[in-house]
Design a protein around this ligand. Structure first.
Ligand SMILES: NC(=O)c1ccc[n+]([C@@H]2O[C@H](COP(=O)([O-])OP(=O)(O)OC[C@H]3O[C@@H](n4cnc5c(N)ncnc54)[C@H](OP(=O)(O)O)[C@@H]3O)[C@@H](O)[C@H]2O)c1
Length: 308
């Protein structure tokens, strides 16, 4: 099968021919139709995630997948060949990723693909959608109140903004440029420019401060949040571990079939859309990585794989 691989950290990912991965007893083999692109993918290729995971080379990149079950492991009863599925396919090691024609996925990570989504939309949902969902849970954003979201128009921020707004929260979302204001409004946020003076700009909109904050940007974002959020525990970052020193929480997204089903339900209720900014053929993964590294993506970049 064809896969986008590296043979060592620091290499440019390229399309190579690889042996078909075996399917473990509690896994299924998925024929990939779409695979989301996330900043962590090129961080894995750079070696930046090495302290957290063992890596085995050749390493197939990619953790997001939407596709069709092609084979089931010997212990699997919950899914069958032909089922359309999605998964955040991160394991405790890196080797058999999703930027490929086939990827083995453990049951715990799988959910059915929502029938209302295109392959591209479904492939862009899992990692960023789960991160938003789990970060909102950690911050206790379940209903009303005001929430500040740093980088509200990116992959994760776009989902978090939509979910928080659909739950009745008032969302103040940051962007680095005024051109993104209409997109943030479409997602359900009141847009503000990030950078110097952010705390004052947020206070103009919310003089009493905010109830919770989600950081999908890093830099000094959590320090700004600390000026504005009344209960420090409700400051959450998925980027900056120093948030814990402020009394907040650091979240690393974990694979979850049940949480993916909850995201499907939100999409089916009309509360969540996947904005695909670029759908790029698997062969052009290098271009997808270049775009993601640029840090200006609105919504999701997705790699596509045609049906056999
Ligand atoms: N811990 C975890 O489990 C976890 C999981 C997922 C992601 N992450 C991390 O979370 C971060 C966001 O991920 P992502 O997938 O959402 O990335 P992404 O889609 O690449 O985010 C791009 C967005 O960031 C916005 N942005 C860039 N600079 C900005 C600034 N100075 N102020 C405000 N917004 C800015 C851009 O909006 P404008 O162009 O409009 O400014 C763009 O929409 C990454 O660092 C990623 O590695 C961590």
């Amino acid at each position: 099968m064809r896969a986008v691989t590296i043979d060592a950290y620091g290499e440019t990912p390229r399309l190579t021919e690889q042996p078909m991965p075996k399917v473990g007893p509690d896994s299924v083999l998925v024929r990939v139709r779409a695979a989301g692109v996330n900043p962590v993918d090129w961080r894995v290729a750079d070696g930046a995630v090495d302290p957290l995971l063992n890596a085995y080379f050749p390493l197939t990149l990619g953790w997001d997948v939407a596709g069709v079950v092609a084979q089931v492991g010997v212990a699997v009863t919950e899914f069958a060949v032909g089922d359309e599925v999605v998964a955040y396919n991160r394991q405790d090691f890196a080797q058999f990723g999703t930027w490929a024609e086939y990827t083995p996925v453990p049951l715990r990570s799988l959910a059915p693909k929502s029938a209302g989504m295109s392959w591209e939309e479904a492939g862009g949902l899992p990692l960023a959608g789960l991160t938003a969902y789990q970060a909102l849970a950690a911050a206790g954003v379940n209903g009303g109140g005001t929430v500040l979201i740093h980088a509200a128009g990116g992959g994760v921020g776009g989902f978090a903004t939509q979910i928080a707004a659909s739950r009745g929260a008032r969302v103040i979302g940051t962007t680095s440029r005024t051109e993104s204001f209409p997109f943030l409004r479409e997602l359900g946020a009141e847009p503000v420019l990030s950078g110097e003076g952010l705390a004052e700009r947020v206070r103009e909109l919310a003089p009493e401060g905010v109830d919770a904050s989600l950081d999908f940007l890093g830099g000094g974002s959590v320090a700004v949040s600390a000026e504005l959020v009344r209960v420090p525990h409700r400051i959450v970052s998925v980027v900056d571990g120093s948030v814990k020193e402020l009394g907040g929480q650091y979240v690393w997204v974990h694979p979850s079939g049940p949480d993916l089903r909850a995201l499907n339900a939100l999409a089916e209720a009309g509360s969540l859309r996947v904005h695909v900014s670029s759908a790029i053929p698997l062969e052009q993964a290098e271009e997808a990585v270049r775009l993601s590294r640029g840090g200006r993506v609105r919504g999701k970049i997705v790699l596509t794989v045609p049906a056999e």
